[in-house]
Design a protein around this ligand. Structure first.
Ligand code: SAH
Length: 352
């Protein structure tokens, strides 16, 4: 990683402060913020209303941490685009661009790798490489916009990494991407997914951002959840649900429970009953996700017919529920698998 700070991570106020410290006029901060977060350029030479002197000074003091697309796969079924982005220190991360009727959604990563250890997830197999900066999270959005010339209207933080394990950079990112001087995304159009780090969920609730919190539940009892998600050793489902209710009370935003359907593991009669009890106890919506099998683990998805029966049961009990539609089925899979296959390809090249 560079020892220069990432200028794209600075809030507008921070940028004002930095310019002041450099003895520059405050409006320079407006210009730079506009270049970085409105015009979304990724090099100083494009900032044509700044003097060559100031551009030189900026590049000496700060870096614009890059997010360079090094691989792009496009689905011929639904137009989903999957990107591998290279960072300035050579780490690579995944970003996905999904096309919906209402606009484009970018699914971004919050860390390179992950240390949460969920058993069914490919992103965590090699552990955490490093946290992403706020600018690198925004950079993923800007990069896919530049590539497609389409505006991203929604962001979901559901790529690799645990956003609440990178809390300060993640919240800086939320503030940055919602700033009306820049991308100006409404909090209502942002969803962040967490495996359930309870104290951080409380802290996030206290910030009162309008964003939707998706909580990875995946099991209805502590015992089962612990088998799938190490984070469940630290926080019980009861503690998790208290945090969910607190989040709703503070923000008025309904919680989304994510529940990956794994055949024979969490899709039985008792599991459904437990899930109904949980979903009833919180103002929530349940998103059922047939698990995406990964090579390294034995898990298989619940069959579509059985998943539909399960969904029906939830509906009969007045639970808001959807089954996640699979997108980009033809272009490699989800959740860290593209990054892993890319890294393997690179390792193969070096050995060749
Ligand atoms: N760290 C965050 C974001 C992770 S990815 C979290 O845990 O919520 C977003 C969602 O995809 C999470 O619900 C995660 O549990 C789920 N997921 C990960 N691997 C999966 C797989 N192979 N199949 C289905 N869902 C998966």
């Amino acid at each position: 990683m560079s020892d220069k700070r990432d200028i794209r991570s600075f809030s507008y106020e921070q940028l004002r402060h930095e310019m002041e410290a450099l003895g520059e006029k405050p409006f320079r901060a407006d210009q730079i913020f506009d270049w970085l977060h409105n015009k979304k350029v990724s090099d100083y030479s494009s900032m044509t209303n700044l003097s060559a002197n100031l551009r030189g000074l900026l590049s000496e003091k700060y870096e614009i941490y890059e997010t360079v697309p090094v691989k792009v796969l496009v689905s011929s079924i639904d137009g989903t685009r999957k990107y591998v982005h290279r960072l300035n220190d050579g780490n690579v991360i995944e970003t996905v661009l999904l096309r919906y009727d209402y606009g484009y959604t970018a699914c971004i990563s919050s860390q390179a790798g992950c240390r949460m250890g969920c058993r069914f997830c490919a992103s965590t197999i090699d552990g955490l490489a490093r946290n992403l900066t706020a600018g690198e999270m925004a950079g993923q959005v800007y990069s896919v916009e530049k590539d497609t010339k389409e505006r991203v209207s929604h962001v979901v933080v559901m790529g690799s990494g645990e956003p609440l394990d990178n809390f300060d950079n993640f919240t800086d990112f939320i503030e940055l991407i919602s700033d009306s001087r820049g991308a100006g995304l409404s909090g209502r159009n942002i969803t962040a997914s967490t495996c359930g780090i309870v104290p951080r969920m409380i802290e996030l609730a206290d910030r009162r951002y309008a964003l939707t919190l998706a909580v990875s539940l995946h099991a209805a009892t502590d015992e089962k959840r612990r088998r799938l998600m190490p984070v469940a050793e630290r926080y019980s489902i009861d503690e998790l649900l208290d945090a969910c209710r607190y989040y709703f009370d503070k923000t008025g935003r309904r919680i989304t429970f994510e529940y990956s359907l794994i055949e024979g593991e969490n899709d039985g009669e008792e599991d459904v009953e437990g899930l109904i009890r949980i979903a009833r106890s919180v103002n929530s919506h349940v998103n059922l996700i047939p698990v995406n099998p990964i090579r390294e683990r034995p898990f298989r998805a619940t069959a579509p017919a059985a998943a539909a029966v399960l969904k029906n049961k939830l509906e009969k009990n007045h639970i808001n529920v959807t089954i996640r539609r699979e997108m980009g089925r033809d272009i490699s899979a989800s959740c860290g698998q593209l990054r892993r296959s890319f890294l393997k390809e690179c390792a193969g090249d070096q050995n060749a």
